[in-house]
Design a protein around this ligand. Structure first.
Ligand SMILES: Nc1nc2c(c(=O)[nH]1)N[C@H]1C(S)=C(S)[C@@H](COP(=O)(O)O)O[C@H]1N2
Ligand SMILES: [Mo]
Length: 414
């Protein structure tokens, strides 16, 4: 069999003598594949922009991941205990969780702009050059899909909207590892581009980086300014949910730090938890049991008669709001000592609430022994409001809100 050039091409070459032009077209076709080179006319599909946005996103994602791990291990400590939460500093979880939600929200506009800047790259031709290129391109699937899933499921979670069937925390946690793995591959693949476009100074960079690309419309600097403004806007209108001085600006925050009875927001009300009758029952007792030398039982009057202590502690909800308050009540460690529990005891705290994921929580040793870990009877100078856990609730330093159990009826030493 004899291979011949395509007729139309050879005819073109002969007739017009336009070898250069025809070759150019054919090669151009190889480079751009089935997509027209003019399909992406904006001058903002640009490497330097992609690099700068990538760095900003990388910082957000790493911060969000690290702070997410803190929250995960605070709620689900490993058996060995090395990853269990310390009780000090008291403010630590408030800061890490505030950062977690703030960096997640900031990443949303960053991701949208970044995807728009780089999307012509998704149509690169040929689709795969070599194994390394194939891996780099394949990793984009979990990276892009996973990032979109993390940011939007997280955002919906801060609004306490769960329009799905799966368990949010487990899915959000495991997807974060997938996204981080894909992100490392992506950074490895793109590092040389970022190096070329960012970080050098003066002459070296102006030699390597194209000047502001010519064309109409928004400039590179303009796009970066608009993106920074969007990030600033979403941050300033939400971060007041945890940074009290900014609460006046927090028009998009699902919760304000001082809304709710006694100046503290409520996540699950007494009605919602179906405890309204139980908490007024004269038969109410707080019991201390499990691995103790003496089992103890207290009426509310007896709890009030025990030595009371005060502590300034924040409720920090995983959803991103936090609120500091002044609590007073009985030290958990005093109760454990009276019952003759061992000083290295862990404690299971149980609510009167009949059902619900947060009706129980555990105290690790640092939390159980801390002087500020209280069964609180009073909040900001008043008897606890039913929605805040009347007759008594757990409050401890450096701990996710989901573990600050309300309507407590038993402490069980494990
Ligand atoms: N028994 C019980 N305790 C609970 C909860 C709950 O649903 N049931 N919610 C927790 C959550 S998610 C938070 S953020 C805090 C909020 O406490 P607050 O409503 O007093 O602000 O309570 C925690 N304690
Ligand atoms: Mo919460």
């Amino acid at each position: 069999m004899v291979l011949r050039p395509r007729r139309s091409l050879s005819e073109t070459l002969l007739k017009e003598g336009a070898i250069g032009e025809a070759l150019e077209r054919e090669l151009g076709h190889l480079r751009t594949g089935p997509f027209d080179e003019d399909a992406f006319p904006s001058r903002l599909h640009d490497e330097r922009l992609a690099s700068l946005l990538g760095i900003a996103l990388g910082v957000c994602f790493m911060t969000c991941f690290a702070t997410g791990l803190v929250s995960h291990f605070a709620q689900d400590p490993w058996e060995i205990g090395i990853l269990s939460m310390p009780a000090a500093p008291a403010w630590l979880y408030r800061v890490t969780q505030g950062l977690h939600v703030a960096t997640g929200i900031a990443a949303i506009p960053l991701l949208l702009v970044k995807l728009w800047v780089v999307y012509p790259k998704f149509f690169t031709w040929p689709p795969v050059r070599d194994p390394a290129h194939a891996l780099a391109r394949l990793s984009l699937v979990p990276l892009v899909a996973g990032s979109i899933f993390q940011l939007f499921s997280g955002l919906l979670n801060t609004a306490r909207w769960y329009p799905w069937e799966f368990a949010f925390t487990a899915t959000h946690y495991w997807t974060s590892w997938i996204v981080m793995g894909a992100l490392l591959v992506h950074i490895g693949a793109q590092l040389s581009i970022v190096r070329r476009n960012v970080g050098r100074t003066g002459k070296a960079r102006s030699a390597a980086v194209s000047p502001e690309p010519p064309g109409d419309g928004l400039s590179r600097r303009g796009l970066l300014t608009a993106t920074a403004a969007a990030v600033g806007a979403v941050t300033l209108t939400t971060v007041g949910q945890t940074v009290r001085p900014l609460k006046g600006l927090a028009v998009l925050a699902p919760r304000l730090p001082d809304s709710g009875p006694q100046g503290v927001p409520v996540n699950k009300s007494a009605v919602g938890a179906r405890v309204t009758d139980l908490i007024r029952d004269p038969a109410y007792r707080l019991t201390v049991g499990g691995r103790v030398q003496r089992e103890l039982s207290f009426t509310l009057e007896e709890l009030r008669a025990l030595p009371q202590h005060e502590a300034d502690l924040a409720i920090t909800c995983v959803e991103g709001w936090s609120s500091g308050a002044r609590w007073s009540g009985v030290r958990v460690r005093d109760l454990l000592d009276r019952a003759g529990a061992s000083p290295d005891a862990e404690v299971l705290v149980t609510s009167m609430q009949p059902r619900g994921a947060y009706r129980q929580s555990e105290l690790n040793v640092p939390h159980a022994r801390h002087a500020d870990t209280l069964l609180a009877l009073r909040l900001n100078g008043e008897e606890l409001h039913p929605d805040h856990g009347f007759p008594c609730r757990l409050i401890a330093p450096n701990r996710p809100g989901v573990q600050q159990t309300k309507w407590v009826t038993s402490l069980e030493v494990l």
